[in-house]
Ligand binder design. Structure first.
Ligand code: ADP
Ligand code: MG
Length: 250
């Protein structure tokens, strides 16, 4: 069953067709990958789905509902969360605090409670939820470490943890394992597979095909703002059109 669908999605920047009629479908509980050369429109696609860019044409449907052009907070309320690199101010917080602030509204109260030792039931529940997620991600032993002390891969897991705190249906990620050592990169994708068994769906842009191809269910290949190939990983990797865009530099 599909959870996300775009029809003819388009986004123009001063006449540049960054997205030129993109049709993508993402099935529930799968990991869908978008690849393509630099400048092919992958990040623009993600940003348009998540409400950061308003499309110039086409439609976005989530769980069958038209969510085209909604602002990011509304998209988020539908259950789509896009991960971001941890910004500098959050790096001063511990791993646990990073997860707690991801819960909007209540996050700040919980942080205050942690600092001043005042507890309310709801806050305790939230801390328990954060610990369950940290255990699942196998970084619970790092709970009180300041985030700037983490390795690149551990920080990525914290970013996933922040996303999970929001009870997402679809997690959207732009290059989640960029700069992560191969062993941890594999661990991260194995964790994504475990999460698909818990009703979570992934839409991921990633360059490191050597690592990710064995984990993904379906692949879209973009070039010049269009989808030029799609299918199972092995189908796409054997498609002469795909070989051509990668070898021919776009
Ligand atoms: P990718 O993520 O596949 O490398 P992008 O989606 O970042 O590609 O970019 C697609 C095209 O749109 C590029 O030519 C890029 O320069 C252009 N572009 C992306 N974002 C903007 C923007 N905010 N303003 C103007 N042009 C942009
Ligand atoms: Mg990009």
């Amino acid at each position: 069953m599909k959870i996300l669908e775009t029809r003819n999605l388009s986004k123009f920047f001063d006449g540049l067709k960054a997205l030129n009629g993109v049709n993508i479908e993402v099935d529930k509980r799968t990991l869908t990958l978008i690849i393509g050369p630099n400048g092919s429109g992958k990040s623009t696609f993600i940003n348009t789905i998540c409400g950061f860019y308003k499309p110039d044409g086409g439609k976005v449907y989530f769980e069958g509902k038209d969510v085209t052009g909604l602002p990011p907070n509304k998209i988020y309320e539908h259950g789509i969360v896009r991960t971001f690199q941890t910004p500098q101010p959050l790096k001063k917080l511990t791993v646990l605090e990073n997860l707690l602030v991801a819960e909007r509204h209540v996050g700040e109260n919980v942080l205050n409670a942690l600092r001043y030792g005042k507890w309310l039931g709801q806050e305790e529940e939230l801390v328990e939820k954060a610990f369950r997620i940290l255990e699942f991600l196998k970084i619970d032993h790092l709970w009180d470490r300041e985030s700037y002390k983490l390795s690149g891969g551990q920080l990525k897991l914290v970013e996933v943890g922040r996303a999970l705190m929001t009870n997402p249906k679809l997690i959207v990620m732009d290059e989640p394992i960029a700069g992560v050592a191969p062993a941890l990169a594999h661990d991260i994708f194995r964790t994504f597979i475990d999460l698909t068994n818990k009703e979570i769906t992934f839409l991921i842009v990633e360059h490191r095909l050597d690592i990710v191809m064995s984990y993904v269910d379906y692949v879209y290949v973009m070039a010049n703002g269009r989808v030029i190939s799609q299918g199972k990983p092995e189908e796409v990797m054997n498609d002469p059109k795909v070989v051509e865009v990668y070898m021919g530099g776009g």
